[in-house]
Ligand binder design. Sequence first.
Ligand SMILES: Cc1cc2nc3c(=O)[nH]c(=O)nc-3n(C[C@H](O)[C@H](O)[C@H](O)COP(=O)(O)OP(=O)(O)OC[C@H]3O[C@@H](n4cnc5c(N)ncnc54)[C@H](O)[C@@H]3O)c2cc1C
Length: 595
Amino acid sequence: MQAKLAGARSVGQRRRDVRARDFGGRFPARAAAAIPPKERTLPTTESLFSRSTRQADLDAVAAEPVDLLVVGGGITGAGIARDAAMRGIRTCLVEAVDFGHGTSSRSSRLIHGGLRYLEHGWLRLVFEASRERRILLRIAPHLVRPLPFVFPVHAGTRVGRLRLAAGLWLYDLLSLFRNVHAHRMLSRRAVQRLEPRLRDRDLVGGAIYYDGWCDDARLVLATVRSAHRHGALTASYARVVALEKAGGRVRGAVIHDAIDDREITAHAHVIVNATGPWTDALRQMDDATAAPLLRPTKGVHVLVPRQRVGNTGALTLTSPVDGRVMFVLPWGDATMIGTTDTDYSGAVDDVAPTDQDVTYLLRSTNAFFPDARLGAGDVLSAWAGLRPLLTDGGAASTAEVPREHRIVESPSGLLTIAGGKLTTYRSMAAEMVDTVAAKLHALDGRSMPDAPTDREPLPGGEVADLEQLVRELDMERVPEPVARHLVDTYGSESAAVANLAAREPALAKPLLDGWPVLQAEVVHQARREMVLTVADVLIRRTRLFHRDASQGTGAAPVVAGLLARELGWDAGREAESLADYLEAVKRMRQALTPS
Ligand SMILES: Cc1cc2nc3c(=O)[nH]c(=O)nc-3n(C[C@H](O)[C@H](O)[C@H](O)COP(=O)(O)OP(=O)(O)OC[C@H]3O[C@@H](n4cnc5c(N)ncnc54)[C@H](O)[C@@H]3O)c2cc1C
């Protein structure tokens, strides 16, 4: 790690050689000359993770059996692949679309103990999640940040002051009093000072407590990249379309490679189903009569301009519509509001927000921020995800469905992991890999030590002081908003993006006016983050799809052009990827149009 830090620092040491750079658009040029290319070096923390590594990995798994095939590149599968690869298990991870395409890029993004779980007595889960929160804040400091939450109490609400005080004390206790800070109870005046636009009628006080907020899609990506660094074969756009058996035991999978339109067969000693909401579909690929393990529930979020709501920070609220706990979360200049929790029985691929979902979230928020008067016209974007929750033996409401996970072995030997949450993915993965390791031990007697997944930083997380990185970029004349954005997004790898922009001034231009996102990022993402489509860039790597009022459509042709250059697309492929993205935008907007 020292070497990696030293590598990142070397960019700072070269600042005297830096003359000037044009960041274009709204970021004023400070001088005309670009940085001389030879003066700078990329940090050593980087490794290729691209279309070519993907192709080589698929060829490798087709040529030679692996110990473990993990199906599903959400946070669960990513965590399993990382843990297994770190233990020296020959591992392959395949994802049907892009890494994090499923639920793992549509969560509330909280790395949390789960305050509301206390109401259900799920103390073990809160204890485990609180420990995982501590670990993730440490191993991915650029992606998981501490976030203070104000929990206001109004007279007559379901959670009164005494109940809240007792709950938060228990919450701190279950984190062994090692959360970012202990909670504090607040007077009515203190809540008003913190959140001046919050409804003050019936306000009696509240509390402030701490959780983590993360970039969920990037957490998945960083975890997959870590797995890859440890030797896992990894491929996105590689869907398992059939399972192969020998003597009734599952031994392989047929994989459709959507990028090169080919099919390959991968053989493995152990196959793990980590497909989240698609869990039962894969189980039924193995055994058409397999009983469903999941009771999926749909969760919707909406994004609105922050100035329309007027929240200064994050709030935990109990919806006056149905008493459910919900969150109002600051995301740059916007406010993310979520979430709903309703049973879902439709097609997993078609999950989308409805008018009722959006209305519920806006009405609940308006009740707490009466000046906001939010309406459908304020919504910048809305999206839905499915919680892959376990069938519950008859829980009455969706909120009561347990958030625990379960590992199940089918008669064919297929291992399935179902349930769980983003926060606890690392410990879930360790448990699954223990099961895999036991099977491999039974097979050939090998033993493997536990993986140090709680100690080794995720890629980009090899940094002790994020502010120092911002200062270093700043000293190299990267405008402050850009520097902050790069560090928040890429952590210790931010200098690599700045280097690209310095080498090729055209790449120093913003991807979209008004946003600190550089064109250089698209190139970086194609080389180091396995971006293969326009949607990968705009939906999951930059989130302009969600954050920009026009869903980043202004940037889409630029992204397509840069990817064409990087990935060697012909004009047809470029147009196709652009059209697919515009179609996704259209679908989202249709879902927002009142019926
Ligand atoms: C609205 C909402 C809010 C949430 N908020 C939080 C929160 O704040 N904090 C928290 O800790 N948890 C939260 N969760 C829960 C958490 O997001 C999920 O538990 C977690 O993301 C599930 O990850 P996964 O990898 O199991 O599933 P997914 O992320 O869905 O990944 C499964 C992957 O499998 C792939 N796949 C499917 N079939 C195949 C196939 N045949 N071949 C190859 N790949 C395949 C899919 O494309 C998909 O990418 C939330 C969930 C929802 C819905």
